[in-house]
Design a protein. Structure first.
Length: 319
């Protein structure tokens, strides 16, 4: 008989998911107390949090519990590195119906732990509650290691726009899954488990990035965040955006222009940043430029090849 959360109970589940978790050097007090204690060498800590709601951000018939865990951790760790910081620790929140198998919750936590372990990050605490559907919350903490944070507000006219990572793969995966298919497997897996370029965030900061953001809502949407915060205009050169073969295949099968996946697709958690031309790190692809606003193109505008983009710019909560 399958053991459920109702039978396991709150503290039984906490014991099951925290037993044997590794503890990094930054963790002074881990799970088991009223709160964790994490060292902050330079007196500053970067903090971010995200939610995953069943039926909106994931479906159990599309993703395993382990996949959901990897994704929940990845989207938070990407936010930390997008500030130029080094992730140090996570706390998690979990809500679920009482009849959910306990094994599902344990598998979820293993996914979070394995994604965190890629960066030597520790899970230091959390909470579990009963809810009508599965809800996963992750809060991530990071250290700037003495550097200033890289904000969205630092882009300057004359900067180049560059990205690193994958763009449009997760969106193509959703398009495939919505049609009832499971291939190309590469894009379906991209939806299930993003692969943020974690090392590139701190590397970009050290290289002199003037602004940076992770691409969670879509390239156009997230560049608009930078353009708004920096009061500049950003232009993207579409020819600089290579379209990988799996995206071309999905576009051909669905009748969607492949470029729309790249420009409007989120959840891959690539990093996009602005740099002085000489500061763009190796491995980053320059895709555009930053300019001052004017009467025709007010600050906060993002254009493609010099013209307004008429397609969907990306995800909008409550939109």
């Amino acid at each position: 008989m399958t053991e459920t959360l109702g039978g396991t109970g709150e503290f039984g589940l906490i014991e099951a998911v925290t037993k044997g978790l590794p503890r990094g050097e930054d963790v002074l007090v881990g799970p088991g107390d009223d709160a964790a204690v994490v060292a902050v060498p330079d007196g500053r800590m970067v903090i971010t949090t995200d939610l995953l709601i069943e039926g909106r951000h994931f479906r159990q018939d599309w993703s395993s519990a382990y996949d959901v865990g990897r994704k929940a951790a990845a989207q938070n760790l990407a936010d930390i590195v997008a500030m130029g910081a080094r992730p140090t620790s996570l706390v998690t929140g979990f809500g679920a119906p009482a009849d959910l198998p306990t094994s599902w919750a344990v598998e979820l936590n293993q996914g979070i732990a394995d994604e965190a372990e890629l960066l030597g990050v520790s899970i230091v605490g959390g909470d579990v509650v009963q809810s009508d559907k599965v809800v996963v919350s992750v809060t991530a903490f990071g250290s700037l290691d003495g550097r200033a944070p890289v904000l969205r507000s630092g882009a300057r006219p004359g900067d180049e726009v560059a990205f690193v990572g994958r763009l449009g793969w997760a969106e193509a995966g959703v398009a495939v899954l919505n049609r009832g298919f499971r291939s190309p497997r590469t894009v379906v897996d991209a939806h299930r488990r993003p692969q943020p370029p974690y090392a590139e965030g701190p590397r970009a900061a050290i290289s002199g990035a003037s602004s940076m953001c992770d691409v969670s809502d879509g390239l156009i949407a997230d560049l608009r965040h930078i353009a708004d915060a920096s009061a500049v205009v950003i232009d993207i050169r579409s020819q600089a955006l290579a379209i990988p073969e799996p995206l071309q295949a999905v576009a051909a099968a669905t009748g969607v222009e492949a470029l729309t996946f790249v420009l409007g697709g989120g959840d891959d958690h690539a990093l996009v940043a602005t740099f002085e031309p000489a500061d763009v790190p190796d491995g980053w692809t320059v895709i555009g430029s930053v300019a001052e606003g004017n009467e025709n193109l007010p600050p906060g505008t993002v254009t493609v090849d010099g013209a307004a983009y008429t397609g969907a710019p990306g995800h909008a909560h409550f939109g």
